[in-house]
Design a protein around this ligand. Structure first.
Ligand code: NI
Length: 178
């Protein structure tokens, strides 16, 4: 296991459009595993390669779907987390419905913002072995996907937010970072 340093604003790599991946070799597998470790250690719900100083079209996402839908209850077992590795992703379909939500970013410490996102999206991507996959995601998972795919295009949540603020410690604890 290796943790990779996370790059923060104003590093210009965060503003660059990342390059498509064409080689699915052992080095890529190691990079992916290290990104998963780094995301979990942060902790975060997503991490895009430019955030660890690699300008390539790769992101990892891990989140328990419906995590926020139910009140916490000792009798309800925790939902399993779902891990996605997406390479060269492309959003191919979006819902009519859009939803507001509060986002933060591992590369922009100490800021939160209110961002409108599509409620559901379909994504075409390659998996870690280079095989094409089509993914349908909605709710908070769809929000994380949109945040990560934006990273691969040099776009940050602060570009899209209707307002941005510095959260109090309590507020900051309530927001997942990616
Ligand atoms: Ni981010």
């Amino acid at each position: 296991m290796a943790l990779l340093p996370i790059v923060n604003l104003p590093d210009p790599i965060l503003r660059r459009k990342a390059k498509p991946i064409t080689k699915f070799d052992k080095d890529l597998q190691t990079l992916i595993d290290n990104m998963i470790d780094t995301m979990r250690d942060a902790p975060g719900v997503g991490l895009a390669a430019p955030q660890i100083n690699v300008s390539q079209q790769l992101a990892v996402i891990e989140y328990a779907e419906d995590e926020d839908d139910e009140e916490e209850n000792e009798d309800t077992p925790a939902k399993p987390k779902k891990l996605y590795v997406i390479i060269n992703p492309e959003i191919v379909k979006v819902s009519e419905e859009k939803v507001m939500g509060i986002e933060g970013c591992l590369s922009i410490p100490g800021l939160q913002g209110e961002v409108e996102r599509y409620e559901a999206i379909q994504v075409k991507a390659l998996n870690r072995h280079g095989s094409p996959v089509k993914l349908k995601v909605d709710g908070w998972m769809a929000r994380i996907f949109q945040h990560e795919i934006d990273h691969l295009n040099g776009v940050l949540f602060t570009d899209l937010a209707t307002r941005v603020w510095k959260p109090s410690a309590d507020e900051a604890d309530d927001v997942d970072l990616d």
